[in-house]
Design a protein around this ligand. Sequence first.
Ligand code: DGP
Length: 211
Amino acid sequence: MERGALLVLEGCDRVGKSTQTKRLVQALKDRDLKVEARGFPDRTTTIGSVIDEYLKYKKDLPRETIHLLFAANRWEQKDDIIKTLNSGITLVVDRYAASGAAYSAASTNKHLVWGKSLDQGLPAPDLVAFLSVNNEILSARDGWAKERFENQDFQKKVAENFLQLKEDTWKIIEGNQSIDDVHKILLEESLKVIQKVKTIPIKKLYENESN
Ligand code: DGP
């Protein structure tokens, strides 16, 4: 049986990941492909509800502790992700492990290696589409400062961290273009990757790193 692809959208807050996730899922469905949307943090689980309270300033936790919970929130979906991909369904995921390393390193001032180590061994994305939007444009978008991490200086650090995590599976997409233009590039790239990985086993994240 051919497997689905693990397609991940990454980027700073407000770059348009959720909009693009929805558009991509619909476009793949329109082509009769089997596809589901996911997103992290998954706020529906017990761990996710603690993360939600932390992000909404209802709960305070040490920065290291919250990162452990973000990583645990990804690990609790591991078996389901593998099962779903192996059943031939492609997953479009709004944030995954790169957000973990980029945000946690920015908030704790620890090295990126620390953030990456906790996600080592998770199913590796077949595509990481990184939406890159310049800081001035981002700060003009609506809805800022409702949750933790939503400030410009912090997001600048996060953006720098993301770029250091770039691997061969990454596609950097200029997010300042129109929603339609970003969607077109993302769809084209996704269709290529879905085709390419059909018969290739799922890889493990950071498996060749000895952090
Ligand atoms: P979102 O639901 O996409 O708005 O994400 C919520 C916030 O959590 C966003 O500011 C990014 C941040 N975030 C996502 N994953 C992680 C992680 O693993 N570690 C940390 N520290 N922050 C994360």
